[in-house]
Design a protein around this ligand. Structure first.
Ligand code: ARG
Length: 253
């Protein structure tokens, strides 16, 4: 009888140990699966080595270090990120603006970057005010705040693309009249088509400022931990180093 109990006990212990090991990586660190859409330089793009890189990727890796978690990046469509949080991914970092609508589905960390939408137009365009945006063919990335703004413009024919760069390509080919996209990628994409397209400041069109934050499952205990890590990364100066490395270097002006 004693033997049987000992065997049962051993089996239970094994099982417990096995389950505990389930969420751990080979290194012993827990894995944080983070979704992004690597089509948004300088925040996220595919690096020369074929792996996602950029400010957001570097930032979430620093946060992972603080949490003692190994960060695993999942590159996916921007439009499917929010729905994937809590199921396919543990979090998302994607230059994602805090919006009322998204707050219905997810929690956000403290904001880490202030942004605004810009308007990319052909270099010879006369578009200059909010009024000029009416009745135009507007290219945007699907599911973005740029798309939300475009939908509200009177008479707009909105063309949504999976990749923002495709919208800029179509602007260059004359298939759309303008592209609405966040400031920093607008600057990077404009440089790719130097002399052909220009990026106009959002203030000209009365676009409101936006805040990027990390999206997490609603009610997740990770929110506090991520905020704590973010605060430390800022206090230690690492945050500013990443800004210099990824954001400032992407701006030629
Ligand atoms: N800030 C905008 C938004 O939240 C655009 C973000 C697009 N990000 C990306 N990685 N493609 O909707």
């Amino acid at each position: 009888m004693k033997k049987v109990i000992a065997m049962l006990l051993a089996a239970v212990l094994c099982l417990a140990a096995f389950t505990a090991c389930g969420s751990e990586a080979a290194s012993g660190d827990k894995v944080l699966v983070v979704g992004t859409n690597a089509e948004f330089p300088p925040f996220e793009y595919i690096g020369d080595d074929g792996e996602p890189d950029g400010f957001d990727i570097a930032l979430i890796k620093e946060i992972g270090k603080k949490l003692g978690m190994e960060v695993q990046i999942e590159n996916m469509e921007f439009n499917s990120l929010v729905a994937a949080i809590g199921t396919k991914i543990d979090a998302s970092i994607a230059g994602m603006t805090i919006t009322e609508e998204r707050l219905n589905a997810v929690d956000f960390s403290d904001p880490y970057y202030e942004a605004v939408q810009y308007v990319i137009v052909p270099a010879d365009s006369t578009i200059a005010t909010a009024e000029d945006l009416k009745n135009k063919a507007i290219g945007v990335q699907m599911g973005t705040t740029g798309e939300t703004i475009a939908f509200k413009i009177e008479g707009a024919a909105v063309q949504s693309y999976n990749k923002a760069l495709d919208a800029v390509n179509d602007l260059n080919n004359g298939r759309v009249d303008l592209v609405i996209i966040d400031r920093n990628p607008a600057k990077v994409f404009t440089q790719k088509f130097e002399g052909k397209v220009i990026a106009l400041e959002g203030a000209q069109f009365e676009f409101e400022s936006e805040e990027y934050a990390i999206a997490l499952p609603k009610g997740s205990e990770l929110v506090e931990k991520v905020n704590q890590a973010l605060a430390e990364i800022k206090a230690e100066g690492t945050f500013d180093e990443l800004l210099t490395q990824y954001i400032d270097s992407a701006e030629v002006e």
